[in-house]
Design a protein. Sequence first.
Length: 355
Amino acid sequence: MADEPLILGIETSCDETGVGIVRGHTLLADALASSVEEHARFGGVVPEVASRAHLEAIVPTMDRALKEAGVTIADVDAIAVTSGPGLAGALLVGVAAAKGYAVAAEKPVYGVNHLAAHVAVDTLEHGPLPEPAIALLVSGGHSSLLRVDDLARGVVPLGATIDDAAGEAFDKVARLLGLPFPGGPYIDREARAGDPASIAFPRGLTAAKDLAGHRFDFSFSGLKTAVARWVEARQRAGEPVPVADVAASFQEAVCDVLVGKALDACRGSGIDTLVIGGGVAANSRLRAMAEQRAAKHGVRVRTPRPKLCTDNGAMVAALGSHLVAAGVAPSRLDLPADSAMPLTVVSVGPQEGTE
Ligand code: KG4
Ligand code: ZN
């Protein structure tokens, strides 16, 4: 609708420079420049390389998004930017750019939480999020279960990983299988030809003794080690490693735990909406398994299309739009880039600055 506010979102927390533009819940532009290929040979994101790439990409990506949406910066009602969490130098580029555009065009600016944006992006696909909802957030840096009562004002953490993030486990296992970085999409692809029941890999923190203290927490480091041991044993025996079977069995173990715990959180709280976000939410097996199992429990699963699951500017714009609609006050112009921004802080309040 033309009378809804036009919000521009800037994302630079990791290796994707994203600028998205939304009007209400309608996505108008989603421009992305990735430095992923510059990191691939290092097997992980190199912060300095990412910062430099953001610096080079930010203005062209901004121009592309405005052109794609058919608007000018003067038409925009507010600018949202990822304030954290993420790589400090990378975040700084986006935050500085947002401030520059905000001052030049006299627009309010919202410093927002990257993780809350991964949840908010689903509104572009499925409309307003029913609240309360349970959110499963699975990315390269985070794995959390949250209760979302009011996405504009805060989320309640129920549990999180105690070691590796889910995406990190995908990336590490891919590496030991000789697959490229980032490994998630490659494991996803390989797994399609494999048998998910061929190897019984461990399901972290699901034993009765662990559930008492860690009902909604995750652990993927034991699984990663189990995969490494299994692969080593094959190599020592001089036998070929069945990459597709290992990928499928590993992926099954991760998804089994994620879906099991997310549905347990729904059951435990009587909440019938589960939203899944973050890069790992692009995983085809996770999406299918969540749908299947949730249906049996009367839970509706909302997962944005894969392109919106991985980092992008549209998710930041979507959260900005939600904040504006909820009447949340913008941030101050000295809003920080906060690499350790807590999950519970959805946006930088008008009192918080860098002084
Ligand atoms: O949300 P995201 O783009 O960046 C962070 O905020 O971390 O997530 C990136 C992570 C990477 O670990 C990547 O391997 C994983 O998401 N990922 C996937 C898939 N696509 C991306 N993991 C499993 N299956 C996929 N299809
Ligand atoms: Zn992310």
